[in-house]
Design a binder for this molecule. Sequence first.
Ligand code: HEC
Length: 192
Amino acid sequence: MKHTLSLSLLAMILAGCASTPSPKMVADLNDEARKTAGGMIQTLGGELKAAMTAGGPAEAIVVCKEKAPKIAAEAAARTGMRIKRVSLKNRNPKGVPDAWETEALAGLEQRLAAGEKPETLDTHSVVNTPDGKVFRYAKALVMQPVCVNCHGAAENLSPEVKAKLATEYPEDKATGYTPGMIRGVLSIKKSL
Ligand code: HEC
């Protein structure tokens, strides 16, 4: 019993002392997260545009549904980071923000309201979790004119888009947005 206790105590002490990452290490992680997010947004935007041109928004839904997670999984495999998209008004039922992401979203909304350019809206921090320190990063995904086809006012969506969304996302909350609004965040995590 004594032995077990001291071991668990030792484990706790070690976990508590898990070295705080240096400012340089955090800055490097932030650079990597930014590059990863930027690359993903570019790839996804390109795929979306191509699919929209080829088949219109109803056909392009599959890009958001299947290509987005695939692009995220590829980037994750390359970088060891965990990547997802979340929103307060999520379309994918799994796209619900956690506490850190909710706070990040609120902060980004405030910066947008204060006049900051949408392109620079991102944030990061190192948080303590029961499993150790985790680097967290969130980048605002801002509504562009093209996004309105699938995230704009529900009454303005094409009948085909409306029908597809109703079948594939019966719990959809992700409509009613106009260009310039924050649609959600690209959220990146890396255990340290
Ligand atoms: C062709 C329709 C379509 C267009 C255009 C589109 N989206 Fe989406 N979007 C979707 C679908 C479908 C999902 C759900 C994908 C899934 O199943 O994960 C989604 C999910 C998202 C999510 C993840 C959170 C959630 O609600 O589940 C974000 C963030 C997002 N879109 C932002 C954008 C932005 C920003 C644009 C414009 C650059 C855009 N979308 C353009 C259809 C679209």
